[in-house]
Design a protein around this ligand. Sequence first.
Ligand code: MN
Ligand code: ZN
Length: 499
Amino acid sequence: MADTVKLGFAPIAAPRKGVLVVFTDEDFRFGAQTRKALGRAQALISLAGKADGFSGKSGSALELVAPEALRGLSRLIVMGVGKAADLKAADFVKLGALAMGRLPPRAEAATILADLPAGAMKPEQAADLAAGCELRAYSFDLYKTKRKEGEDKSRNVQVTVGTTEPAAARKAWASRESVVDGVKLARNLVNEPPNVLFPAEFARRATALKRLGVKVEVLDERAMKRLGMRALLGVGQGSDHESRVVVMRWDGGRRGTAPLAFIGKGVTFDTGGISIKPAQNMEDMKGDMAGAACVVGLMHALAARRAKVNAVGLIGLVENMPSGKAQRPGDIVASMSGQTIEIINTDAEGRLVLADVLHYANTRFKPQFMIDLATLTGAIIVALGHEYAGLFSNDDKLTERLVKAGEVTGERVWRLPLGPEYDKLIDSKFADMKNTGGRHGGSITAAQFLQRFVGKTPWAHLDIAGTGMGAPQTDLNKSWGSGFGVRLLDRLVADHYER
Ligand code: MN
Ligand code: ZN
């Protein structure tokens, strides 16, 4: 029942039916192509604009029943972009999303003219508009058997982007579509309920990437025991659902080149275990696998657009439940690296899962770098809210590249410190380390813990607890799961690591 958008590109012209969306700057000026398409309708638009006090401010819009001169159209939407010269790459995706959001609920066809006062948009910018439309239109209503009144049928909208270079825009769209599909896949995984998406089912869905040419291996508990992943297994031991680790490989780069490694926390439901969480909002803990969802979405994007890179994605999938078999505070486990961990709080489980998966990724693949994503700490929401993901890294170059990719995609990251003073806080009386460092600097001590499992490999940890799920709805996302990280990391790969 989900809405679907059918996207197309065509030469710039006024369509004969549906909704027409055009852009104007804050001086209420149109591009030359738009003026041509609007023709005699311009006089009426400027009258209507004056009457409404519409100026073309960024985010503003003027909505009109289509003027006589544009016969057949159901509606004309004039969208303000503010100072057109100030528009940055991320803004074009947002413009597409805003346009999509302005379409009336029953619209069946819409045409968006990719044109600004300074000239026609570039093919990449026209394709970005299309990406924004798709991201905005996403909804997750798999489990609704009824629509609200007046919404008895699912909406199919034909969206056409009018551009001076349709063929080039179509080409630019092809790779963006792969990335958008990766974002939607990640959102679907985050939004799924935890009774449906338990570790084995999550692994099954990741296995579907095989059809894109991704090599997928699934490690079951026996295989993990043999490898000595006792930190990860300890987290899952209270659950009736078996744990899994999934290894996904995309070999699109030169043979023999060390891969990039992406690692995701996939706690399909986190009750906190014996250190059980309060009931309030516990349902949100179905999203404690947003890091793993991002890694699967990213691998989808890279494979679908045939990225010229070697990349591996590894996800640790467990369910953290209290039971007679569950791990206790006070337990000491030996991680795959050989380092021992005293469990202080069974709710600090994500780092235990990542400890083994990071060590495994590092020793097996000797990657160029490792980036892990995890809904790791509530403390990161206290520090950064829902706007930035927390970034921790042992490598300045990788950090700089991630920050830049964040600015370009709008999936922003903010670096927080690491250091020996913080590292001391996780020393344990009885084992090599303990799994919490206390309330103060909680996101930092969690990152310090992870750092003990990455060796000298360049590494970055993204704490996405505030951005991966339950984030406030944005222009690009009206759903609960955001798919945060897919566009960020795809961009990082595209800008620096493809041959
Ligand atoms: Mn937890
Ligand atoms: Zn967790």
